[in-house]
Unconditional design. Structure first.
Length: 213
């Protein structure tokens, strides 16, 4: 049984000083600011989107900022206010935003998924050959997927670059992981690393990656 309160509490407890978390119900439709309006989205997508922006504005308040708009860029990534950077994730029962001051953090990535085995048919798309070699179950594959999503979100605020799952190679060490770039991307060179942590509670697996300034 999924327990959203448990995973949200665990994420909040795992945050480094200077990071804050906001949360909202992804099944509810919240008001959005005019700059954030989505056109043509189905009701479930509108609910998730509005929950993400509501969670982000909750986090802004914790950082002492007024509630500002977070529009969607041409690549569908959130466009954060100039002084802030952050990340949003939503899945069944959970919507969370983690934010920090851009003067302290150049990138933040959060991803949350229910503890469900990742279908084997998806493994070649998500996992590099060296990752498939040590994955023993769909749960192992899910952890790598969540970690790659978090690492991708964290790097994106620095690079503004889209790439596929094979651009990162993950090394998992218990509750922590390392994401190694396999290509040059923006300021990152091939074989540079991003460090992250897993957070597991309430039937969910989350991954958090932060890049200090």
């Amino acid at each position: 049984m999924l327990d959203a309160k448990a995973i949200l509490g665990a994420i909040k407890a795992a945050l480094a000083p200077g990071l804050v978390m906001g949360a909202a119900d992804p099944k509810m439709l919240y008001p959005v600011l005019p700059e954030e309006a989505l056109t043509g989205a189905v009701p479930s997508r509108l609910a998730e989107f509005s929950a993400g922006r509501t969670a982000a504005r909750s986090a802004m308040g914790q950082l002492g900022h007024k509630p500002l708009a977070v529009p969607t860029g041409p690549d569908r990534a959130p466009v954060w206010p100039a002084a802030l950077t952050g990340s949003v994730s939503h899945c069944a029962g959970v919507c969370v935003a983690v934010l920090g001051q851009r003067a302290l953090w150049s990138g933040i990535g959060i991803d949350v998924e229910p503890d469900q085995e990742l279908e084997a048919s998806l493994w070649p798309t998500i996992l590099r050959p060296e990752e498939q070699a040590f994955v023993q179950s769909g749960y192992d594959a899910l952890r790598i997927f969540v970690a790659k999503e978090a690492a991708y979100k964290a790097q994106y605020s620095k690079t503004q670059t889209l790439f596929d799952f094979h651009a990162l190679s993950m090394t998992v060490n218990g509750a922590t992981f390392s994401a190694q770039f396999q290509i040059d991307v923006g300021p990152f060179r091939r074989f540079d690393h991003l460090q992250g942590q897993f957070i597991c509670a309430g039937g969910y697996t989350a991954a958090l990656v932060t890049i200090p300034v």
